[in-house]
Each structure stands twice: as structure tokens, then as C-alpha cells.
Design a binder for this molecule. Structure first.
Ligand code: ADE
Length: 242
């Protein structure tokens, strides 16, 4: 997958996109990341990229010319005729795991990171295929949301996760939150690891984890729990005394 990012702050991406698993994915050739500094495409003699909003109001709006020129430059380097172009905005559709999975199937993705009061609407109308928000709060720009999305999308690319990191039974994917995890030592500062996890009985461990998943989801995310339909086995598990 080739990811193209239009931004006023390419340096913000260096740490998160150059470390850990995203770094490994890039080294393994599963994804490429390219940054396009919007200011460098400005034809204004002071390389201005924003201006006052028509009709008045507070703040500045990003002007169309530098973004459109950056976009055309990117498009000439992309396979396909209309690459998915994502604009990060609190006015967008809420990002979720299913969207990450769907976007992971694309060969090329373009991200447009906004700043100030946003981007001239004509740019959005012309090039944006998806307006996406990562949550109901307002950030200072689209860079952090783009990185959040890229991280979630990258790990859905086939081959990115090894078999033992498989995502099928992790939080959210199955519709439930994940069960609690423990590692050594068996006892830490007086707190013991639940006995069943030491039993070596795989079936018992599986049932305990499933029950915990259901309990944790009901407690922390009643909205998810409500949508989840219990299997016969799960109904039985919940009826059983602790
Ligand atoms: N830009 C500013 N806030 C945002 C948010 N919550 N999601 C996506 N883009 C944003």
C-alpha cells in the first residue's frame, strides 16, 4: 500500500511513523509513506497557505491552490484513476475498526491534514472521497488523526501481523472487549494471577476468557454489549455462578 500525506507539518510524523511496527512494516515493503509539504506547492510569493474566510468569522481557511497542486502531483504518481482521498475533520464520519479493514484493501491512499478553521469547501468537493473524524473532540490539526488511522489501517494489511498477533480475537474485532492478560510472576505485591490460567486446561481457560470478555464489555461498553448477540454457550456461561 502506498500512503501519501498532504500536510503543513511533515516533521510531526517522523517519530510515530518511524518506530515500532509501522517502521517494520515499511522495512518489509508492506507500505510506503510519502509526505507532501503543502507550503512548498504555494504559488504565493510568501508561500502563504491560508486566508480570511469570506463572509467573516474567526480564524483562517486553507486556500485551494497549494492543496490542489499537491493533489495533482500525488495523483500523477498513483495507480488508478480516483485514489481514496481522506480529509481529517471533526465533521467527518466516525472512524472505526471496520473502516480500517476496508481501507486496508486499497493500493493507494491519500490523506489531507487540515489546520486552522479548515479547508476551502471547493477542495473537499473536488478531491475528497471520505471525510473522517477520529472522535468527538477537536484537535489542533489533522496530523494526529491521520497517524491514528494509518496505524489502525497498516495492521490490517495482510502479512503485517504475525499469526500469533492475529487480530480476530482482540478487543472490538469480535464485538467484545478483550479479556484481562497476566504474565510472570505468579504473585506480585500480594496479588495473584487467577488460578485457572495456571491450570493448563485449555478449554477452561477459553471459557474463563470468554466470560471475562462478556463481563468487561457489559461493564465498560454497554453500547457494544447491547449489539452483541450471545451464543448458547455464552448464555450458559453467564448463568453459572462465579
Ligand atoms: N481535526 C481536528 N479534530 C479532529 C478529529 N477529532 N478527527 C479528525 N480530524 C480532526
Amino acid at each position: 500500500m502506498n500512503i501519501h500525506i498532504m500536510t503543513l507539518f511533515p516533521e510531526m510524523f517522523e517519530g510515530p511513523m518511524g518506530s515500532s511496527m509501522i517502521k517494520r512494516g515499511r522495512e518489509d515493503g508492506l507500505l510506503t509513506l510519502e509526505y507532501y509539504h503543502i507550503r512548498e506547492f504555494s504559488k504565493n510569493k510568501h508561500q502563504k497557505v491560508d486566508d480570511y474566510p469570506y463572509g467573516g468569522g474567526s480564524g483562517m481557511v486553507m486556500t485551494p491552490q497549494p492543496i490542489m497542486d499537491a493533489y495533482r502531483h500525488i495523483k500523477s504518481r498513483c495507480k488508478g484513476s480516483k485514489p481514496r482521498t481522506i480529509y481529517l475533520t471533526p465533521k467527518g464520519k466516525l472512524f472505526h475498526q471496520g473502516m480500517a479493514e476496508e481501507l486496508a484493501k486499497e493500493e493507494e491512499l491519500i490523506f489531507l491534514c487540515g489546520h486552522y478553521e479548515g479547508v476551502d469547501q471547493r477542495v473537499i468537493d473536488e478531491i475528497v472521497t471520505d471525510e473522517v473524524s477520529i472522535g468527538d473532540y477537536v484537535l489542533t490539526g489533522g496530523e494526529l488523526p491521520a497517524m491514528v488511522m494509518i496505524d489502525a489501517i497498516a495492521r490490517m494489511i495482510p502479512g503485517f501481523l504475525s499469526c500469533d498477533e492475529a487480530y480476530e480475537d482482540e478487543s472490538i474485532y469480535s464485538g467484545l472487549l478483550e479479556y484481562p492478560q497476566y504474565t510472570r510472576p505468579r504473585e506480585f505485591e500480594g496479588n495473584k494471577v487467577p488460578e485457572v490460567l495456571l491450570s493448563g486446561d485449555h478449554e477452561k481457560v477459553r471459557l474463563w476468557r470468554r466470560k471475562k470478555s462478556l463481563e468487561v464489555t457489559a461493564e465498560k461498553r454497554p453500547d457494544l454489549y447491547e449489539k452483541y448477540s450471545l451464543s448458547k454457550e455464552e448464555e450458559k456461561l453467564l448463568k453459572k455462578k462465579k
